[in-house]
Design a protein around this ligand. Structure first.
Ligand code: UDX
Ligand code: ADP
Length: 455
């Protein structure tokens, strides 16, 4: 079958994989190929044991795979074949040199751009999908268009707003699709080609067009706003614990105001995930570089509150458990940074686990999907950690249960049975406020939750 257009995605991770699967499933006339330097990952995408856990992803992949969705390690050949190339490689925070700890490390982006030039024999549209600092498109353009083959590359910004755990829903029914381009004739033409692809399933009014810098900065700003909402409610949770107000009641009361909105007001042990911290640090770095010190400090506060929230949780555990955790067994319920994913990047559970180990606690960690990643993250500390998928096993003879991730599973466990198997007094720290605290207290647990006090 002849395809109308050939799309290539470089990078088969949490963003590239699901995004391309949905584009392929929704656009049968387009051939979509996803490449990655990681051979194992590509092999996994070719089987039903996908390299990431994401609800409903397998069904979408199965629908298109082998028809118009292909996974490959042949990067050069596929670059040359493609009309549109999405760049979805990772952009971690720089760990060295200028901007270390804040700026984005763009080495993968630059090496991708150089591979594109080396392998291309025709003009192409290159789309930034990874979250990138503002003005990266201009760097990409510079590298790409400085080629001695006379080729012209049009660079677009099309940031991805999907959240893990709900990626397929977010991709199939996006709140909006944002496409930024240069406002030249060829820029607008390239933008239209991408609009046409999204029009296969996204209503026209949900596709927002902008200049390339607005598009790049919108992605950082969206994540900064979302994270800010969580840090705001988390800061109030600290006040609640001192005053007897209940943070859940406050969320409900303020969320009823349309201007505030009721989403992202769940107080927690803190936000995790690959985007929020990285993107805010990036925003902070950009502002500092441009001399906007007050703006940088404002956004840095969002991260500081998040770190405070994590450390406050451990301090509360310590204080409640008679100021010593040495030799005590603590069961961590959940390790993923949120429910419905196996991803543990920047998970608050990691920070909490490390602090509990410093206090010489013994940990048993349970999670329905994240145990393999948790084992990698904590591989230097395995002597004091047991991993099990069974929460009852994790809690057996434990002094405390601490809920780290809001998995539905933890709402439906038999807490009487868990209580009976634990050492007494049995503590329960609900880091996600998902359990019925009155019921737990009736069973006999010594209960602590975020932004609530039960004294
Ligand atoms: C986020 C953005 O939502 C998404 O648009 C962007 O593309 C990538 O970053 P993600 O990190 O996958 O997505 O998950 P998200 O649902 O935003 O949750 C991030 C963190 O905030 C999680 O640790 C979650 O548990 C926490 N959170 C979320 C809260 O603590 N309270 C809330 O009310 C909401
Ligand atoms: P994200 O959450 O942004 O999708 P991931 O780390 O899950 O980030 O995915 C990024 C993917 O990009 C990884 O699978 C990595 O192997 C891949 N990658 C990085 N550099 C290159 C490159 N130069 N060519 C192809 N793939 C790359």
């Amino acid at each position: 079958m002849g395809f109308e257009k050939k799309i290539l995605c470089i990078g088969a991770g949490y963003v590239g994989g699901p995004t391309m699967a949905v584009i392929a499933a929704k656009s049968p006339q387009v051939k979509v190929t996803v490449v990655d330097i990681n051979e194992e990952k590509i092999k996994a995408w070719q089987t039903d044991q996908l390299p990431i856990y994401e609800p409903d992803l397998l069904a979408v992949v199965q629908k298109a795979r082998g028809k118009n969705l292909f996974f490959s390690t042949e990067i050069e050949k596929n670059i040359n074949d493609a009309d549109i190339i999405f760049v979805s490689v990772n952009t971690p925070t720089k760990t060295f040199g200028e901007g270390a700890g804040k700026a984005s490390d763009l080495q993968y982006i630059e090496s991708t751009a150089r591979s594109i030039i080396a392998a291309s024999n025709s003009n192409k549209i290159v789309v930034e999908k990874s979250t990138l600092p503002v003005k990266t498109a201009s760097a990409l353009e510079k590298i790409l268009n400085n080629n001695d083959k006379g080729l012209k590359f049009e660079v677009l910004s099309n940031p991805e707003f999907l959240a893990e755990g709900s990626a397929i829903r977010n991709l199939e029914f996006p709140d909006r699709v944002l496409i930024g381009s240069r406002e030249t004739e060829s820029g607008i033409n390239a933008r239209q080609q991408l609009v046409d692809i999204y029009l296969n399933w996204v209503p026209r009014e949900k596709i927002i067009e902008s200049n390339v810098w607005s598009s790049e900065l919108s992605k950082l700003t969206a994540n900064a706003f979302l994270a800010q909402k969580i840090s705001s409610i988390n800061s109030i949770s600290a006040l609640c614990e001192k005053t007897g107000a209940d943070v859940g009641e406050i969320s409900k009361a303020i969320g009823a105001d349309n201007r505030i909105g009721n989403k992202f007001l769940n107080a927690s042990i803190g936000f995790g995930g690959s985007c929020f911290k990285k993107d805010i640090l990036n925003l902070v770095y950009i502002c500092e570089s441009l001399g906007l010190i007050e703006v940088a400090a404002y956004w840095e506060g969002v991260i500081k509150i998040n770190e405070y929230q994590e450390s406050r949780f451990v301090k509360r555990m310590l204080a409640s458990m008679f100021n010593t955790l040495a030799g005590k067994k603590i069961a961590l319920f959940g390790f993923a940074f949120k429910a419905n994913t196996g991803d543990t990047r920047e998970t608050p559970a990691y920070y909490i686990a490390r602090q509990l180990l410093v206090e010489r606690a013994n940990l048993s960690i349970t999670d329905p999907k994240a145990i393999p990643n948790a084992k990698i993250d904590l591989m230097d500390f395995v002597d004091n950690i047991k991993f099990t998928e069974d929460p009852y096993e994790a809690a057996k003879e434990a002094d405390a249960i601490a809920v780290m991730t809001e998995w539905d599973l933890y709402k439906t466990l038999d807490y009487q049975k868990l209580f009976d198997s634990m050492r007494k007094p049995a503590f329960l720290f609900d880091g996600r406020n998902i359990l019925d605290h009155n019921e737990l207290m009736n069973i006999g647990f010594d209960v602590h939750a975020i932004g609530k006090s039960f004294d």
